[in-house]
Design a protein around this ligand. Structure first.
Ligand code: ATP
Ligand code: MG
Length: 426
């Protein structure tokens, strides 16, 4: 703004100098007098003096004193009538042949604005600094407190308090999200640990009986005066016990493998129709032997992504159960079908029988490891068949449904996302 004022003064001076050159000192005197008369509020100051310092024309009685010169412009203050306090001016002068000419502008308002601005900026920066420091301090204290509480909780968890959880304050911020995620992780770890503990307990419990039996049989066989044919029978029974143990271990391993989900990398496209056909062929002789009518309902071209061997094992377990628990003369149906459910294509494999079925309140329980429902205690088995089916279903994101077949049991594996394949004959 000051430079702008300077430029207008410079331009005015140049103009006046030209007038002086053209019209002489009297012409200039007239122009100055005229301009000075127009300046009622003395916003601009004009003064023409002669070489002796006597004023010739202008709105200032005398050349200002107390002039502060910076290069060729200068500043001075004047006490003007009607204004409160002195007002500051910025001016320039030129030397003429017959005197000196001064042109100045009132820059008091501009200077006041400048002071105001400087003060405001200084105050603003100061406040900003103070609030910034306070804010930063509060913020870091708050963050450290939150981290500290997470640290404390994890410390206690590591010290063995596995049921402890990190506090969530419900604000939904990043710390809350972190706490929620950590809690979810802990939840999962705890559940896995509980599952592992359950398995070990089950193994310890369910294998102790056959192992004890095996040992007592061997002890009897080792007794001195025992009939050799009896020994042979005992050894045969022992061998079959050992076989049962191996089968149990294999089933457990399969369940563990399905639950770990490690097979996903080696997944392939499995044709459910083919799978059901294979299991049908495999179990037909057994069904015939037990006088059970085994039927097949098969739709072609239903494909899902999965582990073929595991799916086959699951289907075999279901078929084995159906044949095992259905009384002679019963019926078992294996089916692969493609249906729609809420406008979505789903695939399902179903094993249904007309045996005793499982009462609704026992269905969840029957899926657990080593669980055999009471009436079946006399049939061979160790209660792992449905556990494997359940684990395989989970691995394949499939739904396992146990329903009443009126009479009997109907078990379905429902795949929500079958693989789109070309319809047969397309
Ligand atoms: N089709 C069925 N009809 C009636 N009850 C069944 C049927 N399938 C399973 N169950 C009941 O559910 C229980 C659990 O079945 P699961 O297949 O897990 O074990 P299991 O058949 O006893 O032994 P495993 O399959 O390990 O040889 C069975 O003991 C039986 O009581
Ligand atoms: Mg079974």
């Amino acid at each position: 703004m000051e430079r702008q004022t300077e430029e207008t003064i410079e331009a005015e001076l140049t103009g006046l100098r030209e007038q002086y050159r053209d019209l002489g000192i009297f012409g200039l005197e007239r122009i100055i007098a005229q301009r000075a008369a127009e300046e009622k509020h003395l916003a601009s100051i004009y003064l023409l003096i002669d070489k002796r310092g006597v004023p010739i024309a202008g709105n200032l009685p005398a050349w200002p004193t107390d002039v502060e010169t910076v290069s060729n412009r200068f500043r001075f203050s004047l006490d003007l009538p009607g204004s409160s306090g002195p007002r500051r001016f910025l001016g320039r002068s030129v030397e003429l042949d017959q005197g000196f000419l001064l042109v100045a502008r009132d820059i008091e308002d501009k200077l006041r604005t400048q002071t105001l601005l400087v003060n405001a900026i200084a105050l603003g920066s100061g406040l900003m600094l103070v609030f910034g420091v306070i804010g930063g301090f509060v913020m870091s204290r708050w963050m450290l407190t939150r981290i500290e509480s997470i640290n404390r909780a994890t410390g206690q968890i590591m010290a063995g308090d596995l049921g402890r959880r990190i506090a969530v304050d419900g604000s939904g911020d990043e710390f809350d999200e972190l706490a929620t995620n950590l809690n979810a992780m802990l939840e999962r770890i705890e559940r896995l640990l509980a599952g592992m503990r359950e398995v070990t307990d089950n193994i310890a419990h369910d294998l102790r009986t056959p192992l004890t039996r095996l040992r007592s049989r061997l002890e009897v066989a080792l007794m001195k005066d025992i009939d050799p044919s009896r020994t042979r029978q005992l050894l045969e029974e022992t061998a079959s016990d050992a076989e049962g143990l191996i089968a149990t271990f294999n089933a457990l391993m399969n369940i563990a493998r399905a639950e770990a989900g490690e097979q996903r990398a080696s997944w392939e496209l499995v044709d459910l129709g083919e799978l059901v056909q294979d299991i049908f062929d495999l179990y037909e002789p057994l069904a015939e032997e037990r006088d059970i009518g085994l039927a097949l309902e098969n739709a072609a071209g239903i494909t899902v992504a999965g582990n073929r061997q595991m799916l086959a094992q699951a289907l075999a377990n279901l078929t084995d159960n159906a044949i095992k628990y259905t009384p002679e003369g019963g019926h078992v149906t294996l089916a692969a079908a493609q249906t729609r459910e809420q406008a979505r294509r789903i695939a399902r494999i179903t094993v249904s029988d007309d045996g005793p079925g499982i009462p609704p309140e026992m269905r969840q329980k029957a899926l657990e490891r080593f669980v055999r429902l009471e009436p079946e205690r006399h049939t061979p088995g160790n209660g792992l068949g449905l556990s494997l089916v359940s684990a395989v279903a989970k691995l394949h994101d499939a739904r396992l449904e146990l329903a009443d077949n009126e009479p009997g049991l109907r078990v379905s594996l429902v795949f929500e996302r079958p693989v789109e394949t070309a319809p047969p004959g397309a």
